[in-house]
Design a protein around this ligand. Sequence first.
Ligand SMILES: C[S@@+](CC[C@H](N)C(=O)[O-])C[C@H]1O[C@@H](n2cnc3c(N)ncnc32)[C@H](O)[C@@H]1O
Length: 271
Amino acid sequence: MAAEGDYVLGTHEDELARLGLQHRVWRPVVLDCWQRAGITVGKRVLDVGAGPGYAAIDLAEIVGPIGEVVALERSQNFIRALETTCRARSLANVKIQEVDLMKGDLPTADYDFAWCRWVVSFVNDPSLLIKKLGRVMQKGSVAIFHEYGHYETWRFLPRLSMHERFREHVIATWRESGGEPDAAVQLPRLLGENGFMIRSARPHIFCLRPSDYMWQWPVTFIETYLERLIEMGRIDHKFAEEVRTAFASAEKNPNTRMLTPLVLEIIAEKL
Ligand SMILES: C[S@@+](CC[C@H](N)C(=O)[O-])C[C@H]1O[C@@H](n2cnc3c(N)ncnc32)[C@H](O)[C@@H]1O
Protein backbone atom coordinates (compact mmCIF):
# COMPACT_ATOMS: atom_id res chain seq x y z
CA MET A 1 0.00 0.00 0.00
CA ALA A 2 1.29 3.48 -0.79
CA ALA A 3 2.37 5.57 2.18
CA GLU A 4 0.01 8.33 3.34
CA GLY A 5 2.72 10.83 2.45
CA ASP A 6 2.56 9.90 -1.25
CA TYR A 7 -0.45 12.12 -1.77
CA VAL A 8 0.65 15.70 -2.42
CA LEU A 9 -2.13 17.40 -0.43
CA GLY A 10 -1.61 15.12 2.58
CA THR A 11 -4.17 13.19 4.60
CA HIS A 12 -3.72 14.90 7.98
CA GLU A 13 -6.55 16.28 10.18
CA ASP A 14 -6.42 19.82 8.72
CA GLU A 15 -6.77 18.42 5.21
CA LEU A 16 -9.65 16.23 6.35
CA ALA A 17 -11.43 19.32 7.72
CA ARG A 18 -10.59 21.34 4.59
CA LEU A 19 -12.14 18.67 2.37
CA GLY A 20 -15.29 18.88 4.53
CA LEU A 21 -15.58 22.62 4.04
CA GLN A 22 -14.80 22.23 0.33
CA HIS A 23 -17.65 19.74 0.01
CA ARG A 24 -20.08 22.00 1.87
CA VAL A 25 -19.41 25.05 -0.30
CA TRP A 26 -19.71 22.94 -3.46
CA ARG A 27 -22.73 20.95 -2.28
CA PRO A 28 -25.41 22.99 -4.15
CA VAL A 29 -23.49 22.61 -7.44
CA VAL A 30 -22.91 18.92 -6.86
CA LEU A 31 -26.50 18.11 -5.87
CA ASP A 32 -27.73 19.86 -9.02
CA CYS A 33 -25.21 17.92 -11.13
CA TRP A 34 -26.20 14.55 -9.62
CA GLN A 35 -29.86 15.34 -10.21
CA ARG A 36 -29.23 16.29 -13.86
CA ALA A 37 -27.20 13.10 -14.31
CA GLY A 38 -30.11 11.02 -12.94
CA ILE A 39 -28.84 9.77 -9.57
CA THR A 40 -31.88 8.75 -7.53
CA VAL A 41 -33.24 6.19 -5.06
CA GLY A 42 -32.03 2.63 -5.60
CA LYS A 43 -29.02 3.49 -7.79
CA ARG A 44 -25.57 2.01 -7.32
CA VAL A 45 -22.75 4.57 -7.37
CA LEU A 46 -18.99 4.03 -7.51
CA ASP A 47 -17.12 6.89 -5.76
CA VAL A 48 -13.61 6.93 -7.22
CA GLY A 49 -11.07 8.44 -4.77
CA ALA A 50 -13.70 9.19 -2.15
CA GLY A 51 -11.42 10.92 0.39
CA PRO A 52 -13.07 11.06 3.84
CA GLY A 53 -16.38 10.42 2.06
CA TYR A 54 -18.25 13.70 2.31
CA ALA A 55 -19.80 13.15 -1.13
CA ALA A 56 -20.21 9.40 -0.51
CA ILE A 57 -22.38 10.14 2.55
CA ASP A 58 -24.63 12.52 0.59
CA LEU A 59 -24.85 9.94 -2.22
CA ALA A 60 -25.73 7.18 0.26
CA GLU A 61 -28.60 9.28 1.59
CA ILE A 62 -29.87 10.04 -1.93
CA VAL A 63 -29.79 6.42 -3.18
CA GLY A 64 -31.27 5.20 0.13
CA PRO A 65 -31.17 1.72 1.69
CA ILE A 66 -32.06 -0.05 -1.57
CA GLY A 67 -29.20 1.69 -3.37
CA GLU A 68 -25.49 1.42 -2.70
CA VAL A 69 -22.32 3.50 -2.74
CA VAL A 70 -18.97 1.80 -3.27
CA ALA A 71 -16.24 4.16 -2.04
CA LEU A 72 -12.69 3.56 -3.27
CA GLU A 73 -9.84 5.26 -1.43
CA ARG A 74 -6.14 4.69 -0.73
CA SER A 75 -5.67 6.68 2.47
CA GLN A 76 -6.29 4.73 5.67
CA ASN A 77 -6.88 7.98 7.60
CA PHE A 78 -9.64 8.95 5.20
CA ILE A 79 -11.13 5.45 5.22
CA ARG A 80 -11.26 5.46 9.04
CA ALA A 81 -13.04 8.85 8.96
CA LEU A 82 -15.62 7.53 6.48
CA GLU A 83 -16.18 4.35 8.53
CA THR A 84 -16.77 6.46 11.66
CA THR A 85 -19.30 8.69 9.88
CA CYS A 86 -21.17 5.70 8.43
CA ARG A 87 -21.43 4.14 11.90
CA ALA A 88 -22.54 7.43 13.48
CA ARG A 89 -25.21 7.95 10.80
CA SER A 90 -26.24 4.24 10.74
CA LEU A 91 -25.57 4.06 6.99
CA ALA A 92 -25.41 0.43 5.93
CA ASN A 93 -25.35 1.09 2.19
CA VAL A 94 -21.76 2.35 1.90
CA LYS A 95 -19.13 -0.24 0.99
CA ILE A 96 -15.60 1.03 1.50
CA GLN A 97 -12.68 -0.51 -0.32
CA GLU A 98 -9.03 0.38 0.28
CA VAL A 99 -7.42 0.50 -3.13
CA ASP A 100 -4.62 2.31 -4.94
CA LEU A 101 -6.33 3.29 -8.19
CA MET A 102 -3.03 3.04 -10.05
CA LYS A 103 -2.15 -0.44 -8.75
CA GLY A 104 -5.28 -2.40 -7.90
CA ASP A 105 -8.28 -3.50 -9.92
CA LEU A 106 -11.52 -1.61 -9.48
CA PRO A 107 -14.21 -3.85 -7.96
CA THR A 108 -16.70 -5.04 -10.55
CA ALA A 109 -20.44 -4.63 -9.94
CA ASP A 110 -23.42 -3.37 -11.89
CA TYR A 111 -22.84 0.31 -11.18
CA ASP A 112 -25.33 2.84 -12.53
CA PHE A 113 -23.00 5.78 -11.93
CA ALA A 114 -19.38 6.63 -11.19
CA TRP A 115 -18.49 9.86 -9.37
CA CYS A 116 -14.94 11.16 -9.57
CA ARG A 117 -14.01 14.59 -8.20
CA TRP A 118 -10.53 16.12 -7.87
CA VAL A 119 -8.83 12.76 -8.27
CA VAL A 120 -7.71 12.62 -11.93
CA SER A 121 -5.41 15.60 -11.15
CA PHE A 122 -3.56 13.53 -8.55
CA VAL A 123 -3.00 10.17 -10.23
CA ASN A 124 0.13 9.71 -12.28
CA ASP A 125 -1.60 7.93 -15.16
CA PRO A 126 -5.09 9.28 -15.92
CA SER A 127 -5.34 7.05 -19.02
CA LEU A 128 -4.93 3.95 -16.83
CA LEU A 129 -7.63 5.20 -14.46
CA ILE A 130 -10.13 5.79 -17.28
CA LYS A 131 -9.25 2.44 -18.86
CA LYS A 132 -10.01 0.70 -15.53
CA LEU A 133 -13.23 2.67 -15.20
CA GLY A 134 -14.23 1.71 -18.75
CA ARG A 135 -13.80 -1.96 -17.82
CA VAL A 136 -16.12 -1.87 -14.79
CA MET A 137 -18.85 0.48 -16.01
CA GLN A 138 -21.69 -1.36 -17.73
CA LYS A 139 -23.43 -0.28 -20.95
CA GLY A 140 -25.79 2.64 -20.26
CA SER A 141 -24.13 3.59 -16.97
CA VAL A 142 -22.92 7.15 -16.45
CA ALA A 143 -19.57 8.52 -15.28
CA ILE A 144 -19.50 12.00 -13.74
CA PHE A 145 -16.34 14.08 -13.28
CA HIS A 146 -15.58 17.37 -11.57
CA GLU A 147 -11.91 18.09 -12.30
CA TYR A 148 -9.84 21.23 -12.80
CA GLY A 149 -9.65 22.35 -16.43
CA HIS A 150 -7.61 25.56 -16.22
CA TYR A 151 -6.09 26.13 -12.77
CA GLU A 152 -4.63 29.50 -13.74
CA THR A 153 -8.09 31.04 -13.88
CA TRP A 154 -7.62 31.22 -10.08
CA ARG A 155 -6.72 34.87 -9.58
CA PHE A 156 -7.51 37.96 -7.59
CA LEU A 157 -8.89 41.17 -9.06
CA PRO A 158 -7.05 43.49 -8.62
CA ARG A 159 -4.11 41.12 -9.18
CA LEU A 160 -2.20 39.84 -6.18
CA SER A 161 1.32 38.91 -7.17
CA MET A 162 2.04 36.93 -3.96
CA HIS A 163 -1.04 34.83 -4.68
CA GLU A 164 0.15 34.18 -8.23
CA ARG A 165 3.55 33.07 -6.89
CA PHE A 166 1.77 30.79 -4.43
CA ARG A 167 -0.42 29.38 -7.23
CA GLU A 168 2.70 28.61 -9.28
CA HIS A 169 4.10 26.58 -6.36
CA VAL A 170 0.82 24.68 -6.16
CA ILE A 171 0.92 23.81 -9.86
CA ALA A 172 4.62 22.88 -9.73
CA THR A 173 4.28 20.62 -6.68
CA TRP A 174 1.27 18.78 -8.12
CA ARG A 175 3.21 18.19 -11.34
CA GLU A 176 6.34 17.10 -9.45
CA SER A 177 4.27 14.54 -7.55
CA GLY A 178 3.14 13.02 -10.85
CA GLY A 179 -0.19 14.79 -11.17
CA GLU A 180 -1.57 17.37 -13.57
CA PRO A 181 -3.74 20.25 -12.30
CA ASP A 182 -5.52 20.70 -15.66
CA ALA A 183 -6.41 17.01 -15.86
CA ALA A 184 -9.95 17.60 -17.17
CA VAL A 185 -8.70 18.62 -20.60
CA GLN A 186 -7.55 15.04 -21.21
CA LEU A 187 -10.89 13.52 -20.29
CA PRO A 188 -12.82 13.87 -23.58
CA ARG A 189 -10.09 11.97 -25.45
CA LEU A 190 -9.63 9.33 -22.73
CA LEU A 191 -13.37 8.80 -22.35
CA GLY A 192 -13.77 8.44 -26.13
CA GLU A 193 -10.96 5.87 -26.25
CA ASN A 194 -12.63 3.83 -23.52
CA GLY A 195 -16.17 3.59 -24.84
CA PHE A 196 -17.82 6.61 -23.23
CA MET A 197 -19.92 9.21 -25.04
CA ILE A 198 -20.01 12.69 -23.48
CA ARG A 199 -23.56 13.70 -22.67
CA SER A 200 -22.69 17.11 -21.29
CA ALA A 201 -19.65 19.21 -20.40
CA ARG A 202 -19.90 22.49 -18.54
CA PRO A 203 -17.50 24.79 -16.74
CA HIS A 204 -17.96 25.84 -13.13
CA ILE A 205 -16.24 29.10 -12.32
CA PHE A 206 -17.21 31.73 -9.76
CA CYS A 207 -16.33 35.34 -9.13
CA LEU A 208 -16.35 35.70 -5.35
CA ARG A 209 -16.28 38.47 -2.79
CA PRO A 210 -15.02 37.89 0.77
CA SER A 211 -18.55 37.74 2.23
CA ASP A 212 -19.51 34.80 -0.03
CA TYR A 213 -19.52 31.40 1.67
CA MET A 214 -17.52 29.92 -1.22
CA TRP A 215 -14.73 32.42 -0.48
CA GLN A 216 -13.83 30.13 2.45
CA TRP A 217 -12.85 27.36 0.01
CA PRO A 218 -9.72 29.01 -1.43
CA VAL A 219 -9.02 30.65 1.95
CA THR A 220 -8.72 27.31 3.74
CA PHE A 221 -6.75 25.89 0.83
CA ILE A 222 -4.21 28.74 1.00
CA GLU A 223 -3.76 28.25 4.75
CA THR A 224 -3.33 24.45 4.67
CA TYR A 225 -1.20 24.43 1.51
CA LEU A 226 1.16 27.17 2.78
CA GLU A 227 1.94 24.84 5.71
CA ARG A 228 2.34 21.93 3.31
CA LEU A 229 4.77 23.92 1.11
CA ILE A 230 6.83 24.80 4.21
CA GLU A 231 6.89 21.08 5.20
CA MET A 232 8.10 20.25 1.69
CA GLY A 233 10.89 22.84 2.03
CA ARG A 234 9.52 24.62 -1.00
CA ILE A 235 8.87 27.99 0.67
CA ASP A 236 9.98 29.56 3.96
CA HIS A 237 7.94 31.19 6.74
CA LYS A 238 8.72 34.65 5.32
CA PHE A 239 7.12 33.73 1.98
CA ALA A 240 4.08 32.32 3.79
CA GLU A 241 3.72 35.52 5.86
CA GLU A 242 3.94 37.66 2.71
CA VAL A 243 1.12 35.64 1.12
CA ARG A 244 -0.99 35.96 4.30
CA THR A 245 -0.39 39.73 4.54
CA ALA A 246 -1.23 40.34 0.86
CA PHE A 247 -4.33 38.21 1.21
CA ALA A 248 -5.46 39.97 4.43
CA SER A 249 -5.17 43.40 2.79
CA ALA A 250 -7.06 42.18 -0.31
CA GLU A 251 -9.86 40.91 1.96
CA LYS A 252 -10.30 44.42 3.40
CA ASN A 253 -10.64 46.05 -0.03
CA PRO A 254 -14.36 46.27 -0.94
CA ASN A 255 -13.43 46.05 -4.64
CA THR A 256 -11.63 42.72 -4.31
CA ARG A 257 -12.98 39.80 -6.30
CA MET A 258 -11.56 36.32 -6.71
CA LEU A 259 -12.00 34.12 -9.74
CA THR A 260 -12.00 30.44 -8.82
CA PRO A 261 -9.96 27.73 -10.56
CA LEU A 262 -12.07 26.42 -13.42
CA VAL A 263 -13.72 23.07 -12.71
CA LEU A 264 -14.97 21.16 -15.73
CA GLU A 265 -18.01 18.96 -15.19
CA ILE A 266 -18.26 16.04 -17.59
CA ILE A 267 -21.16 13.60 -17.68
CA ALA A 268 -20.47 10.65 -19.97
CA GLU A 269 -22.44 7.52 -20.83
CA LYS A 270 -20.86 4.10 -21.36
CA LEU A 271 -21.82 2.77 -24.81
C1 LIG B 1 -8.62 16.25 -3.40
S1 LIG B 1 -9.06 14.70 -2.70
C2 LIG B 1 -10.75 14.56 -3.25
C3 LIG B 1 -11.55 13.61 -2.41
C4 LIG B 1 -13.01 13.46 -2.82
N1 LIG B 1 -13.14 12.93 -4.16
C5 LIG B 1 -13.74 14.78 -2.70
O1 LIG B 1 -14.19 15.30 -3.72
O2 LIG B 1 -13.86 15.28 -1.56
C6 LIG B 1 -8.24 13.47 -3.70
C7 LIG B 1 -8.40 12.06 -3.16
O3 LIG B 1 -7.85 11.14 -4.11
C8 LIG B 1 -7.19 10.12 -3.38
N2 LIG B 1 -6.19 9.51 -4.24
C9 LIG B 1 -5.18 10.12 -4.89
N3 LIG B 1 -4.45 9.22 -5.58
C10 LIG B 1 -5.02 8.01 -5.35
C11 LIG B 1 -4.74 6.68 -5.77
N4 LIG B 1 -3.71 6.41 -6.57
N5 LIG B 1 -5.54 5.69 -5.35
C12 LIG B 1 -6.61 5.93 -4.54
N6 LIG B 1 -6.93 7.18 -4.11
C13 LIG B 1 -6.14 8.19 -4.50
C14 LIG B 1 -6.57 10.85 -2.20
O4 LIG B 1 -6.22 9.97 -1.15
C15 LIG B 1 -7.69 11.81 -1.84
O5 LIG B 1 -8.59 11.23 -0.95
